[in-house]
Design a protein around this ligand. Structure first.
Ligand SMILES: O=P(O)(O)OC[C@H]1O[C@H](O[C@H]2O[C@H](CO)[C@@H](O)[C@H](O)[C@H]2O)[C@H](O)[C@@H](O)[C@@H]1O
Ligand SMILES: O=c1ccn([C@@H]2O[C@H](COP(=O)(O)OP(=O)(O)O)[C@@H](O)[C@H]2O)c(=O)[nH]1
Length: 957
């Protein structure tokens, strides 16, 4: 399959068994659908996603001609067979996977380990790795399924690295993952876990399994697990999450509507008139608790003789793993038990138990689900159990009751809509069956509706989409341009990212023009919220100030998080939380030293950053022209894989990344306004910002777009932040070996600088607010040097939300708190535009001549109107991904909540303080105007500067 513009069309699914099992028949081969939940869940995915499916065809074929024939017939289904010889596949599938690993994953004791099957397991994983590494291309997403292939991610990663390919590897476990103590029973436990930790993303069915796995990694390997949903092991950062697997409910609705199925339903209804039908559908497996089910049903019949001939249990036991001794024994046991129950409870009218040891066709299964009043599932352990979903999908009319063991993974989500019970407690099971049969129609409807909503929301398509989305975009908390630019390149492609960074650069440029014009005439010390107060409405200034402060608190928290991760690249001797604490104290101390220390530090940090980027640009030119590295690259990647990653959509997505990265640029206008001669300093600062945007932001995007193809998976965080920085990737590809260390150092410097600035800006915003009665007075306290120490402490305390991210349970709250601020930048920029427009209108109304302003915004009014419109658009657009199919209400709230909160702040303040929109004729455009310093002074200053100071001032400001 050729890579297309959709990165996910480059998806490979790997499972031990293919969806079609092949059998030899006279004159050729016959294929039949494999049974089990894994096939069901992945088949549901075929509707929404295109992929290639690699797996074992279930048959030994030695003759190349046979292999070719089978390969061809599977090709139509996008399935690619991996042929294994019989002994090897038996030892792998039955010997290790099903006799040793499966029981341990399901808390079954008495497992005896044997080295021969283990070696076969390793060998099969190696053969899979060989085949898939050969088939994969750089940028392919590889999604591995289930316990048969736990070593595959590591083996695959090694092979891919040797072949110079970079792919994202994800893994989904379909079984439970047991508590650490149980997992210890397996002598090769460490190998299997290490095998998985080469993944980028690992998915589990429930939070319990996920947490068990995380705990095991910590206790068994000493992996770092302090960050919510992430495991750091040997310089790899692996995402761990819960993904609810589901079914395709529509398939059942459509099947039930078929005339032949309706006819079958009618017949079954007739046959069981006046009889309550209980259905059970399970693979014949110990974990399904079939022995317990039959015993429980027996007890129920004993307990309720009045229900004689009025209840029937139809149990489908689908043959499974029939070559395994334990499964054969179970089959015999169940047969005997079924015979005994019927022997005991049968009457001349019939038998209460219908035990079918075979699989049933899909239409028959749907009809059976549909006529059943109760579905009884008794798993002693079960990864999820999709039969419970399927039963609900067929109960639109009857509102039948689900009696579900509390040990099925599905019970974590369905217990309220079902009747839960403990499968080992026969009395409890009997009571649960009785309760289900006697449930009132209202109760049945209520429970059914709950379950129906759940299965319709959590479909197999959604499961697949969520997993592959996350695998594509995994774990980005960008320390600014150095890492997030990679995300932009991946989303938009080199031309797409360049377009959006240039356009947002233009927006920022006009925002700066607006601020610059106002700041030159009326410089404000502290915060531009003063313009909102004087030119628009006091209440808007109040809301704006707090939104702006919150934006910087989240930036600061993110910097703490980033720095602790980036430093962890060199050493893991210190836990992540301790690094956060160290930098927390360091930032607070430094910021309390005052503006001079802040300025001095920023000077050096910025200088290093700038020099490093300039060196990068020079290296990029050398690499691209073939002077350094293996070959001449030129604009190859603009042609293959292409200039755009996802046409206009990709470009649109990168606007948000660009907006977030440019946030804070507006502060330059303010600082320039504070200078001795704003009339000179502001225009100069604006010019510098223009160059800075062009050189650093647009330049970086341009060069990384030349050096790395947009579909290079490493851009999405393959091992660590440092490894996923486009700078690291391009330098490493060129053979510059210490690149990762250099870039790591650069990221550390950038993060320190960004954290330092966030604290500075947030505390100054608070100072202004407190002096204007918009924040409590104590927050505005300053020391002798004028340092707003109270605001600094207050801000830094709020930045402690970063510690939430250290716990897996609070990790979601942390990322939500951070995402909330995404909209703040665009709100702030919009308000600056409105203030500017009103300021100009007031000048005219009050008889002032705008042409006599000390600095006039270029292209006014069009530039300001354009940037205002763009910012308003971005306010609504920044969270648009939550509307993509399927709609995510949580993401919607997180992305947009700040908007109503902002409006609420405005309304509340307005109501409380009875503020009014400032009338143009009353607008205060006079207070605080500053006299212009004679220009010779500046000229003299310029002349005395050294050459490097001049370059520095041009580039950095
Ligand atoms: O392939 P088999 O050996 O015949 O076994 C069939 C499948 O059984 C297991 O299914 C699990 O996956 C389901 C979907 O996620 C889940 O609902 C169920 O609880 C699990 O038992 C096994 O994990 C699959 O690999 C097998 O294909
Ligand atoms: O004769 C049958 C009866 C059922 N199933 C399907 O097998 C799956 C069982 O999945 P579940 O998650 O309940 O358990 P698993 O067998 O995977 O452990 C369901 O989708 C059933 O529709 C099947 O393939 N053949």
């Amino acid at each position: 399959m050729e890579p297309t513009n959709d990165p996910k069309s480059n998806l490979i699914i790997v499972s031990n068994r293919l969806p079609l099992s092949i059998k030899r028949v006279e004159g050729g081969f016959e294929s039949s659908l494999s049974s089990g939940g894994l096939v069901t869940s992945l088949s549901g995915l075929t509707k929404s996603t295109r992929f290639q499916w690699f797996g074992w065809p279930g048959i030994e074929l030695k003759d190349p001609a046979d292999r070719e024939e089978v390969t061809k017939s599977l090709e139509e289904h996008n399935a690619i067979p991996i042929f294994l010889d019989k002994t090897l596949s038996q030892e792998h599938y039955n010997g290790f996977s099903n006799r040793i690993l499966w029981p341990i994953l399901h808390y079954q004791s008495g497992v005896s380990f044997d080295d021969t099957p283990w070696q076969a397991y390793r060998r099969v994983n190696e053969l899979f790795a060989d085949a898939i590494a050969d088939a994969a291309k750089s940028g392919t997403l590889i999604w591995v399924h289930d316990y048969h292939l736990m070593l595959l991610p590591e083996l695959l990663r090694n092979r891919l690295q040797e072949q110079g390919k970079s792919c994202a590897i994800g893994f989904s476990l379909h079984t439970p993952f047991p508590a650490g103590d149980f997992w210890r029973n397996l002598p090769v436990r460490k190998h299997l876990i290490e095998g998985l930790l080469s993944c980028d993303l690992i998915g589990f069915h429930t939070d319990e399994y996920k947490q068990n796995f995380i705990d095991t990694c910590a206790s068994l390997l000493g992996a770092r697990t302090e960050i919510g949903n992430q495991i750091q092991y040997k310089n790899r950062l692996v995402c761990i999450d819960k993904f609810i697997v589901g079914i395709d409910p529509q398939k059942f609705t459509e099947t039930l509507a078929k005339p032949e199925v309706q006819e079958r339903i009618r017949k079954l209804k007739d046959r069981y008139k006046g009889v309550k039908v209980i259905v059970g559908v399970d693979r014949l497996d110990h974990i399904k608790g079939l022995t317990q089910k039959l015993k429980g049903f027996d007890a129920f019949l004993d307990d309720h003789p009045e229900l004689e001939n009025k209840v029937i249990l139809i149990q489908v036991a689908v043959p499974s793993r029939e070559d395994v001794k334990e499964y054969q024994e179970l089959e015999r046991e169940l047969c005997t038990l079924a015979g005994k129950i019927n022997g005991k409870h049968a009457t001349p009218e019939g038998t209460p138990l219908l035990y079918m040891h075979r699989s049933v066709p899909f239409n028959e299964l749907a009809a059976l689900y549909s006529v059943a009043d109760v579905c009884l599932l008794t798993s002693t352990r079960d990864g999820m159990n999709l039969v419970s979903f399927e039963y609900v999908a067929c109960q639109q009319e009857r509102h039948g009751v689900l009696v579900l063991s509390e040990f099925a993974g599905a019970a974590s989500f369905m217990s309220e809509g079902s009747i839960p019970f403990h499968p080992a407690n026969i009395t409890e099971m009997s009571e649960a069956i009785f309760a289900a049969i006697n449930l009132s129609p209202e109760e049945r409807k209520k429970k059914y509706e709950r379950l129906r909503d759940f299965i319709n929301t959590n479909t197999s398509a959604k499961w697949g989409q969520t997993f592959t989305d996350k695998l594509s975009y995994r774990c980005i908390i960008g320390p600014g341009l150095l890492v997030s630019s990679g995300n932009a390149l991946h989303e938009g492609g080199p031309a797409g990212a360049l377009i959006s960074f240039s356009l947002v650069g233009i927006i920022v440029f006009f925002v700066m023009q607006s601020l610059g014009e106002m700041a030159t005439l009326i410089p404000v010390t502290g915060s531009f919220t003063e313009y909102a107060e004087r030119f628009i409405d006091d209440s808007l200034a109040f809301a704006l100030g707090w939104a702006y402060w919150y934006l910087w608190v989240t930036v600061l928290a993110n910097e703490y998080n980033a720095i602790s991760l980036v430093i962890g690249y060199w050493t893991d001797a210190v836990p992540q939380w301790a690094w956060i604490l160290i930098f927390w104290v360091m930032f607070l101390t430094l910021s309390n030293l005052g503006i001079l220390a802040y300025g001095e530090m920023e000077f050096w940090l910025s200088l290093i950053k700038v020099l490093a980027l300039i060196v990068f640009f020079i290296l990029a030119i050398c690499i691209s022209t073939g002077g350094i590295g293996p070959r001449t690259i030129g604009f190859t990647y603009w042609h293959d894989p292409g200039a755009f990653a996802d046409s206009i959509n990709g470009v649109a997505k990168t606007f948000v990344v660009a907006g977030t990265l440019y946030a804070g640029t507006e502060m330059v206008g303010i600082t320039a306004g504070e200078s001795a001669n704003p009339a000179k300093a502001v225009p100069k600062a604006i010019k510098q910002v223009f160059w800075r945007i062009l050189i650093f932001y647009v330049g970086t995007i341009f060069f990384i777009g030349i050096l790395i193809p947009w579909n290079d998976h490493r851009l999405l965080g393959s091992t660590s932040k440092t490894a996923s920085s486009p700078l690291t990737i391009s330098l490493q590809d060129a053979g510059i070996l210490p690149a990762a260390h250099l870039i790591n150092a650069l990221i550390v410097i950038s993060v320190i600088s960004a954290g330092n600035s966030s604290l500075y800006v947030a505390s100054r915003t608070l100072l202004f607010m407190s002096r204007n009665g918009k924040a409590p007075r104590f927050i505005g306290r300053t020391n002798k040097l004028g340092v707003p120490w109270a605001g600094l402490i207050f801000t830094n305390i709020f930045a402690c939300i970063v510690f939430l991210g250290q716990s897996s349970s609070a990790g979601k709250v942390y990322s939500a708190l951070i995402t909330l601020s995404g909209v703040a930048t665009f709100i702030v920029w919009s308000v600056i535009g409105i203030a500017h427009i009103r300021f100009r209108q007031a000048l005219v109304v009050q008889g002032q001549d705008p042409s006599r302003l000390p600095y006039q915004a270029i292209f006014y009014p069009w530039g300001t109107y354009l940037s205002l419109a763009a910012n308003v658009f971005l306010i609504f657009f920044q969270g648009y991904t939550c509307f993509l199919n399927p709609f995510s209400s949580t993401d919607f709230v997180i992305n947009y909540i700040l908007l109503p909160v902002f409006v609420l702040f405005v309304i509340a303040y307005k109501f409380w303080n009875k503020t009014k929109l400032v009338r143009l004729e009353d607008m205060d455009i006079w207070t605080g105007r500053r006299e212009v310093v004679e220009s010779e002074e500046i000229e003299t200053l310029k002349k005395t500067k050294s050459w490097w100071a001049r370059i520095y001032s041009i580039v950095i400001g």
